[in-house]
Design a protein around this ligand. Structure first.
Ligand SMILES: NC(=O)c1ccc[n+]([C@@H]2O[C@H](COP(=O)([O-])OP(=O)(O)OC[C@H]3O[C@@H](n4cnc5c(N)ncnc54)[C@H](OP(=O)(O)O)[C@@H]3O)[C@@H](O)[C@H]2O)c1
Length: 259
């Protein structure tokens, strides 16, 4: 008779993030603000990062739990180091860093291949994530979690978004590389790739009836994502239940990549 599978005495609860110390970049509005509410409501302490301090303060005021407002630019190396140090100093450590700040300044069009636009998008979406991850890894203990906000457009591009798609595809490569490099330190690195969610960044798409119809038509569940559809993916990856998940892309797109 074969050995029965070993059953542990208890199971980690997927998505349990109470008491985690979490940095969220791009937290002044849109998906980052949404994540801040989700983690704070679940009992986490959240450090809010973006350039516009008044936006961060407005988000912080509405959170049910402890928060820090740290205004600055994720493309600056020193700023990322300062955020990691401030959180470690204030809360005695850092458990989760969500590299979510991202831009798509030109919604669609050939200007995505202008050198200046290309550099700007790469600088925020890709270099900003790299610098944040490096700063975070410097202060994290084993069990630390890095989570990047990618995009379905990193896997299936649409016309006119070359720089944005390349930056998001690059994040997947970065996450997989760092997952290897940081495995010995006990830090996991993963990507959440959202499909289409309402936010200031996505509003131009949503308000264009032709684009809106095309997006819904290419989504298996035939609708945009609702706010509550997204946050659980991040909370799962941040929780102890995801300790063996690293170098993965968790797509949350209602089946957009299937159609
Ligand atoms: N909405 C969607 O459907 C969707 C789908 C897939 C992926 N995404 C990704 O999700 C992330 C959030 O997007 P969103 O839709 O929430 O966009 P958003 O509403 O435009 O918010 C972007 C946030 O990033 C911050 N930010 C931008 N540049 C920054 C910089 N250099 N340094 C620090 N913070 C910076 C912005 O604040 P400041 O301007 O004040 O700095 C803002 O808080 C992005 O990475 C985006 O690519 C979104």
């Amino acid at each position: 008779m074969s050995e029965p599978i070993q059953i542990p005495d208890s199971f980690a609860v997927p998505g349990e993030v109470a008491a985690k110390r979490v940095v969220i970049t791009g937290a002044g509005r849109g998906l980052g603000a949404l994540l801040a509410h989700a983690f704070s409501s679940a009992g986490a302490s959240v450090a809010l990062v973006a350039r516009t301090e008044r936006d961060l303060k407005a988000v912080a005021e509405l959170l049910p739990g402890p928060s820090l407002v740290l205004a600055g630019d994720v493309t600056h190396e020193d700023f990322n180091e300062a955020v990691a140090d401030a959180v470690a100093r204030e809360w005695g450590g850092l458990d989760v860093w969500i590299c979510n700040a991202g831009i798509s300044p030109i919604v669609a069009g050939p200007r995505q291949t202008d050198a200046a636009v290309w550099r700007q998008i790469m600088e925020v979406n890709l270099t900003g994530a790299f610098l944040g991850a490096r700063a975070a890894a410097g202060v994290m203990s084993p069990g630390g979690r890095l989570i990047f906000t990618g995009s379905v457009l990193g896997e299936r591009p649409r016309k006119g978004l070359a720089a944005y798609s390349a930056s998001k595809a690059g994040l997947t490569g970065l996450a997989k590389s760092l997952a290897l490099d940081l495995a010995p330190a006990g830090i996991t690195v993963n990507v959440v790739a959202p499909g289409w969610f309402d936010s200031p960044l996505a509003r131009d798409w949503r308000s264009n009836p032709k684009l809106e119809a095309s997006i819904v038509g290419h989504t298996a569940l035939a609708r945009w994502g609702a706010p509550g559809d997204l946050t659980g993916a991040y909370q799962f990856l941040a929780s102890d239940a995801a300790g063996y998940v690293t170098g993965s892309v968790l797509t949350v797109d209602g089946g957009y990549l299937l159609v």
